[in-house]
Each structure stands twice: as structure tokens, then as C-alpha cells.
Design a protein around this ligand. Structure first.
Ligand code: SF4
Length: 378
């Protein structure tokens, strides 16, 4: 039975809490041997302070690096973008235990993923991701506009360097997340839920202090427990469901042994991402009959984020078409947004946002722009 360890933060230091949660799943010696090349993959591509919850706390990463270094391993901490260097600026001690790298500048290799459903072509990933002896996945915990929640499985998206994460959004987010976890399964996952994120992330979102850590050797198991802690039904979270269906881990809590702190002691109810644009339907002309959950959630998040930026009253007089449509519904052709790759065939007849589903942040940008354009025309 897969185990997930939970450790509430009390008076102990972050190093002691990380050691405790890793010990609960067997201790670092079980995973790391002298001379191993260990790659630690935090979530640190956004430029942010740890107290925002938008990045894995550098002290959590530092603690894991120390444990691995003490074991005699060569340790590398890698993430896409160069923001990781700035995010660790106040933690120079990391350089005593590990080398920081940006995947954008690392040597790449082409990889084909047996069994991939979306990333079925060769993809370029950092050589070190494929060749490290031990891959330690260190995500943060958050609600997410496109995937309901984000933890271990989704953090692996960050092995794609630079803008190649676009691939995932173009070819299908759910299947791509699972494909990438097939490409490089995590040997150990240590999830930082000291500062978590709630709300409309990544188009918005805010920190909620939750004060615990999680660890497991199975990325599906840890996500099932993380989803449960936040009040989601794990079977309704598409990437968890898909990963379990493809045999990467257990689908339900009944198949997981939780050790350490009790599940009830760390449960919290975060504000969720905006998934309902119903209240805008009298001001926006939305055709969404056949759109699936991904585009609906992305669009809702985009509209909410645009409203937060320019004011609710500005969100009006825009036609939005999302999901597969055979013909364009009749109506004015100015200020039309084709939302998602299913509308590609009509891309010349309005503003087209590709993606399956599109990035909510990109959707927000265009909604702000089109509503702004209306202002100029009035
Ligand atoms: S509606 Fe089309 S583009 Fe949007 S998520 Fe579904 S399949 Fe992808």
C-alpha cells in the first residue's frame, strides 16, 4: 500500500520538519546513496517571496539538499526560467550543498515517452532530468484554475524548459501532465504546504498559511491526499484520475496509508478558482454548448481575473465562442474571442486563443484588451 506522510509544523525548524516527514517514509538513506546524482525540482519559476506561497519555500529545498549532501550525493536544484536564482538570493547556504540550475540553459536531450497520449512526439527535456539517479519532486500546494488543484503531478510540467510548456497547453493539459510523469517518475515527493495558495491561481490567487509538509514515493498517492485535504473529490480532478487510470498510482484514499499527523489535523477549505461565468452571461454573449470542463474553467478564471483588473462593469459586449462548433453563430463580427484550440478553424474571424485549454492568464489579457478596445471605440 502506498504511504503518504504528513507533518504539522509546530515549534520545530523547517529542517527538522522536513527530516521528520522524510523519516516517516523511510528516511533519506532509503532513496539516496553515496555518489548519486540527485535532482531536486521545486516549484520556483515565478519570481516571488516564500511568504506568498507562489514558490516552494527555499528552506524546504535547502533542507532536502542538506540531507542528500550529507549522504554523499551530488545535488542539483533545477527549475525552468532564471527566477530560481533570485528566489534563492536570500538563501546563499544552498550553494554549500547543491548547484542551482535553470533548465532553460541546461543541455537538452530528445525523449520519446512510451505510452504518451498527448506528448507522442519526441520532446526536448533537460538531460539531467533523464539521467539523474534520484529525482526529488518538491511542489507547493494550491488551488488551480485549470486543474482544480496543483501539487506533485503538476509540478513535473516544469521539466519543460523555457516556453516549451506551451506544448502542454496546445496538446492537452491533462494527458500531458500524466505523460511527463511517465517520462520521469518521481522517486520521492516532498510537498511544501507551509504557505499554500487559494483562489484564482495562476491568473490570481492568494496565500493561505497551512503549516504542514507531506511526503510520499508515489506522485498520485500524494495528490489524492492533497486533494482530500483541500476538500476536493480526487476522482473529479482530471489529472489525478488520468494518472490513476494509467496505473501510476492509487485512485482513492482507501488504497493509501496516511502516517504521521492525522489528515483531519491538516484539512483546510481554500477558496477555489472561479469556475462559473454565469453571472456575466447577460453582459457577454458566450457560445459554449459543447465545451469541456477545461475551457469552461479556464474561461471563468480569465473573466474573473479581467474583472479584477479593469472592473466588473467593463466586462461586457464581447462575444466568446468556446468548444467545438460547426458554424459560427450569427452576430456581429467585431470583438469576437475564439477561446481554445477547438475554435481554430474560425481563427481568422476574431481573436483566437489557442490551447487545450488556453492559459487563463492569456485569456485575461485578451479580454482586458478587447474590452479596452471597446472603450476606445465609444
Ligand atoms: S473544448 Fe476543445 S480546446 Fe477546450 S479543453 Fe475541450 S477539447 Fe480542448
Amino acid at each position: 500500500m502506498d504511504q503518504v506522510a504528513l507533518a504539522r509544523l509546530g515549534n520545530q525548524s523547517i529542517f527538522e520538519a522536513v527530516s521528520q516527514v522524510v523519516d516517516l517514509v523511510g528516511g533519506i538513506d532509503k532513496y539516496v546513496k553515496k555518489g548519486d546524482l540527485v535532482l531536486i525540482k521545486p516549484n520556483s519559476f515565478i519570481l516571488a517571496r516564500p511568504e506568498t506561497g507562489f514558490i516552494t519555500h527555499p528552506e524546504v529545498v535547502l533542507a532536502i539538499a542538506k540531507l542528500c549532501h550529507k549522504r554523499g550525493a551530488r545535488v542539483v536544484v533545477g527549475e525552468r526560467r532564471r527566477n530560481i536564482f533570485t528566489n534563492f538570493q536570500d538563501y546563499p547556504e544552498i550553494n554549500d550543498y547543491a548547484e542551482l540550475i535553470s533548465f532553460d540553459e541546461a543541455p537538452l536531450k530528445l525523449k520519446t515517452i512510451p505510452g504518451a497520449k498527448a506528448l507522442y512526439m519526441s520532446i526536448a527535456i533537460p538531460r539531467i532530468v533523464d539521467e539523474c539517479d534520484v529525482f526529488i519532486n518538491v511542489p507547493g500546494l494550491r488551488t488551480h484554475a485549470l486543474t482544480d488543484m496543483s501539487n506533485g503531478l503538476k509540478n513535473v510540467m516544469g521539466i519543460l524548459p523555457d516556453n516549451s510548456t506551451r506544448l502542454v497547453h496546445d496538446l492537452g493539459l491533462t494527458d500531458s501532465i500524466v505523460d511527463l510523469n511517465l517520462a520521469r517518475p518521481s522517486d520521492l515527493i516532498v510537498s511544501d504546504a507551509i504557505y499554500s495558495v487559494q483562489g484564482n491561481f495562476p491568473a490570481g490567487g492568494e496565500m493561505i498559511q497551512t503549516n504542514f509538509l507531506m511526503a510520499s514515493t508515489n506522485m498520485v498517492a500524494i495528490d489524492v491526499v492533497a486533494a482530500t485535504i483541500m476538500g476536493f473529490d480526487p476522482s473529479a480532478v482530471e489529472h489525478i484520475n488520468e494518472a490513476a487510470a494509467r496505473g501510476l498510482g492509487p485512485a482513492t484514499l482507501d488504497e493509501i496509508k496516511v502516517v504521521g499527523s492525522s489528515l483531519d489535523s491538516v484539512r483546510f477549505t481554500p477558496q477555489r478558482a472561479d469556475h462559473d461565468y454565469g453571472k456575466y452571461k447577460d453582459r457577454l454573449d458566450i457560445t459554449d454548448g459543447a465545451a469541456c470542463k477545461g475551457c469552461r474553467q479556464s474561461l471563468a478564471s480569465a473573466i474573473a481575473a479581467a474583472a479584477a483588473e479593469i472592473g466588473e462593469e467593463q466586462i461586457r459586449d464581447l462575444r466568446i465562442i468556446t468548444g467545438p462548433v460547426e458554424t459560427l453563430p450569427a452576430g456581429p463580427r467585431d470583438r469576437v474571442l475564439m477561446y481554445g484550440s477547438c475554435t481554430r478553424r474560425f481563427k481568422d474571424q476574431g481573436t483566437f486563443i489557442p490551447g487545450c485549454p488556453p492559459l487563463a492568464g492569456q485569456g485575461k489579457k485578451f479580454i482586458v484588451k478587447l474590452c479596452g478596445k471597446r472603450e476606445e471605440m465609444e
